[in-house]
Design a protein around this ligand. Structure first.
Ligand code: PAF
Length: 285
């Protein structure tokens, strides 16, 4: 597996991969953008990329612009060697691991802002977060010239922002969304789970419990947003150590709140366990 450090190297790799796949192949190059600290959730994205594209690359870049000033940029887990092993074992042919200066050259002043969507859900509690995500993903997709890019449904609001961005900028990459991967007890996999103490790890199950409760209610015919959100609040109330950031029922495309859970609506929660912020969600059937 190749380790690529510059945009030029990534572009060369991608163009060569496209030539090998045949110039007109529509699924020649797949990209899995990550911030590293790879886990089974990322492995599922890499698997999907390898299965549906002739050549797959993983990017590993802890993107400073998507972290707020008091957030965990400095202490975000960095496990590069293990990440490369996981990427190679999954069949990725290249890892793109640029420096901050490579992605943000001295004086970089260009940002991508998906107006409206960027201020909703995680964007409301993490101002500037989605601007950072949209900017770095644009740079990655332009550099990789990928046919498909793979993201996890766990970051459902991010998916909505990126889908809109790719459409608006006509980036020509298909956004592929892969299902949430969970631990056996229901906890959604996240690189930030590594921060949790033993006690917090148990309390963190409140998020998936709230999601399951709402799914069960919808299955039994309940569709009213206020009832679904209230039920989730009751689940959180049982575990007061878990501080709710948001509980929302929204249209997945616009992230605007809805009053009724139509099929395809996004039910999403975010909560703090100590300093650690976790998210979870479900797309209602
Ligand atoms: O989902 C993530 O890991 C990040 O937000 C992404 C998409 C790699 C951009 O830095």
């Amino acid at each position: 597996m190749e380790i690529l450090r510059t945009v030029e190297e990534l572009r060369k790799w991608s163009r060569k991969a496209r030539r090998r796949a045949g110039a007109h192949a529509s699924n020649a190059v797949g990209l899995v953008p990550t911030m590293g600290a790879l886990h089974a959730g990322h492995a599922s994205l890499i698997r999907a990329a390898v299965q549906s594209c002739s050549h797959a690359a993983v990017s590993i870049f802890v993107n400073p612009t998507q972290f707020g000033p008091s957030e965990d940029y400095e202490r975000y887990p960095r496990t590069f060697v293990a990440d490369c092993e996981l990427a190679a074992a999954g069949g990725a042919e290249a890892v793109f691991a640029p420096s901050v200066e490579e992605i943000y050259p001295e004086g970089a002043a260009t940002f991508v802002d998906v107006k409206g969507l960027s201020n909703r859900l995680d964007g409301a509690s993490r101002p500037g977060h989605f601007r950072g995500v949209a900017t770095v993903v644009t740079k990655l997709l332009v550099a990789a010239e990928s046919d498909k890019a793979f993201f996890g449904q766990k970051d459902a609001a991010q998916v909505a922002v990126l889908r809109r961005m790719v459409r608006d900028l006509r980036l020509g990459t298909e956004v592929v969304v892969c299902p949430i991967v969970r631990e056996a007890d229901g906890l959604a996999l996240s690189s930030r789970n590594a921060y949790l103490s033993k006690e917090e790890r148990k309390q963190a199950l409140t998020l998936s419990r709230a999601v399951r409760r709402v799914e069960a209610l919808v299955k039994h015919g309940e569709r009213r947003a206020e009832v679904l959100i209230a039920a989730a609040r009751v689940t959180f109330a049982v575990e007061p150590a878990v501080r709710v950031d948001y509980i929302e029922l929204v249209d997945w495309a616009t992230l605007a709140p809805v009053e009724t859970a139509a099929p395809g609506a996004l039910f999403a929660v975010a909560a703090f366990l100590g300093e650690t912020r976790l998210i979870d969600n479900t797309i209602l059937g």
